[in-house]
Design a protein around this ligand. Structure first.
Ligand code: FES
Length: 98
């Protein structure tokens, strides 16, 4: 099925480009670039994003590579940072720096 009529991109081409693992496109713009073209009218962008979400994983933030069905690495980093910050002792008051 043709998804992008301006560039004659098929759904299969888009799926294949997104499933390349490392180096796979992480944005719609990168999908066009990966397939040797660029966006023209942009009508297909949402459909391309939907296909990407199916192939890469709906929770992907687009910043880090994640395997389909796994959690976004950025969320893992936030969890790790939160766990590394020691809570303040009870009764400690925060004072704004001057
Ligand atoms: S339909 Fe894809 S850029 Fe126009």
């Amino acid at each position: 099925m043709i998804v992008c009529s301006c560039n004659c991109l098929t759904e299969a081409q888009i799926r294949e480009s997104c499933a390349r693992g490392e180096g796979a496109p992480r944005s719609t713009f990168e999908v066009y670039k990966c397939l040797g073209c660029s966006p023209k009218c942009g009508t297909c962008a949402r459909t391309i994003r939907s296909i990407m979400d199916e192939v890469i994983g709906r929770d992907a933030c687009g910043v880090c590579p994640v395997a389909a069905g796994s959690a976004c690495g950025a969320a893992n980093i936030a969890d790790a940072l939160n766990a590394a910050i020691e809570p303040l002792p009870a009764g400690t008051a925060l004072v704004a720096a001057e």
